[in-house]
Write a protein that binds this ligand. Structure first.
Ligand code: NAG
Ligand code: NAG
Ligand code: NAG
Ligand code: NAG
Length: 454
């Protein structure tokens, strides 16, 4: 099902400083974008938005886990107790990618052709549908046509980007670097090229970037034209422009408000109003793949009760398994199975409501709300994630429970799909939290924040 709704980009502030020395020019990519949320302009009820996002979350996590399993050399064929093969993206309804992503506008080419791209923390390539590679899936904006842009140029197979890019598959045909990427709910492919991209609607800044002149090969991105990847991979805009840090503050997606995303000097938690203290933990790198940003979670508490979960069971291993990733496009939280079981048991004890005999969709555990009552009337202890060094991330009820069906209050935390798959702090957990990835200092900072007031 495709939703063709208007996405907006509001450029609130833009500062570009170009420091020219005789031989080098340093550009600071200092931007704030107010991105449209996953369901903006749609007409789904809050509950339907939650359910849909949870389903897509499963497809996304299945696909990224499968990619991870491949990178980690784990079996992915259903052998063993639980592998990525147990859950495949094909098990779930394929719905638009933007139901998990946030959308911003860019201009591609000279003169700029308008395009809307979905931010994605789980991939690095920036790509747009492009008339050069054949017919595109319907999108809101006219499809980008490189023949109308003198700044477009194809990248050869021996280019660094073609060599370094971690694509699902790639080949060299007619000296063009052809790639295909599987995003779980969609696949997209194309050819690598360079082009001038323009950011900002009032004060424009143009930069030359490596990107994918591509098309969707399966699935939909709900009228958007492409994807802007922000993962730690080598092809991201962050690496290409040496952007030292970025931050975002997600409003609850069911509120349909915009969410700010900041780059460069604009990304600074101390510059903005927070509703709690700023805490900082190291940003870890997976030794075998660049799919995610990791943080050192070492324990979990529910209220004041420390759960029986060992730091070792949460640790990112030298072989790339385990650990805790932060992802803005995975809706639910994922916990490695022993941690999930401990949390589930503690929640049953702490929540003074009858556990439901049936769950909703794929939510693993739900409680029955008293007649006529919504989740807003239920008090639960805070879920506390403990990090190495002593930092704590406090999650309130709305950061780990949802009401996907009337009268049912369900845990928005699910077990990781296979042995070795990471725990994930998803976007429900990050709602109303300003989070910052400092790529230079290798730190991750966060502070509770009223994101619609930022
Ligand atoms: C698209 O994906 C669906 C669901 O995974 C699959 O059944 C179908 O064969 C795919 N189509 C193409 C053209 O790859
Ligand atoms: C790539 O190949 C072309 C033609 O074979 C050659 O001229 C060019 O120097 C090569 N570039 C790199 C980066 O190796
Ligand atoms: C981008 O590349 C084009 C073509 O090589 C060049 O003319 C232009 O000046 C470059 N633009 C920027 C912003 O670097
Ligand atoms: C669950 O099922 C049992 C046995 O059928 C029943 O006694 C109980 O009331 C049910 N609980 C809820 C919350 O519906």
């Amino acid at each position: 099902m495709a939703y063709h709704h208007p996405h907006r980009l509001l450029l609130v502030f833009l500062a570009i400083v170009a420091t020219a020395t005789p031989s080098i020019a340093i550009f600071h990519f200092d931007f704030r974008f107010d991105t449209d949320g996953p369901f903006s302009g749609g007409r789904l009820s809050r509950r339907d938005m939650w359910r849909r996002a949870a389903l897509e979350s499963k497809a996304r996590h299945a696909a990224t886990s499968a990619r991870l399993a491949k990178a980690l050399g784990k079996p992915c064929d259903g052998t063993g107790s639980a592998t990525a093969g147990d859950i495949s993206a094909a098990d779930v309804t394929v719905t638009p990618f933007t139901h998990q992503g946030h959308v911003l506008s860019v201009g591609i080419g000279t003169p700029p052709q308008a395009s809307k791209v979905v931010l994605d923390m789980g991939s690095d390539l920036l790509w747009s549908q492009c008339s050069l590679v054949g017919p595109s899936v319907a999108q809101e904006e006219p499809v980008y046509d490189p023949s109308r842009s003198p700044t477009f140029s194809l990248l050869p197979c021996n280019s660094t980007a073609c060599a370094e890019g971690a694509f699902t598959s790639k080949s060299c045909t007619d000296r063009r670097c052809q790639y295909e990427n599987d995003y779980g709910v969609l696949t997209a492919g194309g050819v690598l090229a360079t082009e001038t991209f323009t950011f900002g609607s009032h004060h424009e800044v143009a930069v030359n970037l490596t990107f994918g002149c591509g098309k969707l090969t399966n699935g939909t991105i709900a009228g958007a034209s492409g994807i802007l990847g922000l993962s730690p991979g080598p092809l991201s805009l962050l690496k290409q422009l040496s952007i030292p840090k970025f931050s975002y503050c997600l409003t609850p997606f069911a509120d349909r408000k915009t969410s700010p995303v900041m780059f460069g000097a604009m990304a600074d938690l101390a510059k903005y109003k927070t509703t709690g203290k700023i805490q900082t933990v190291p940003l870890l790198k997976n030794p075998v793949e660049d799919l995610y940003y990791y943080v050192p979670m070492v324990g979990i508490s529910l209220g004041t009760k420390k759960l029986d979960v060992s730091a070792e069971s949460l640790e990112l291993q030298a072989d790339g398994t385990g650990g805790t990733a932060v992802d803005s496009a995975t809706t639910l939280a994922y916990l490695v199975p022993p941690a999930f079981e401990a949390l589930k048991q503690a929640v049953v004890e702490a929540v003074k409501l009858p556990a439901a005999n049936k769950t909703v969709d794929d939510y693993p555990m739900c409680f029955v709300l008293p007649k006529g009552m919504t989740m807003d009337g239920v008090e639960v202890p805070q879920l506390v994630l403990h990090f190495d060094g002593g930092a704590e991330m406090m999650l309130s009820r709305d950061n780990y429970f949802q009401e996907p069906s009337p009268g049912m209050m369900c845990l928005a935390v699910v077990p990781s799909p296979f042995e070795g798959a990471p725990s994930v702090i998803g976007n429900v957990q990050q709602q109303n939290m300003h989070v910052l990835y400092d790529l230079e200092k290798r730190t991750f900072s966060y502070a509770p924040t009223q994101c619609d007031k930022l």
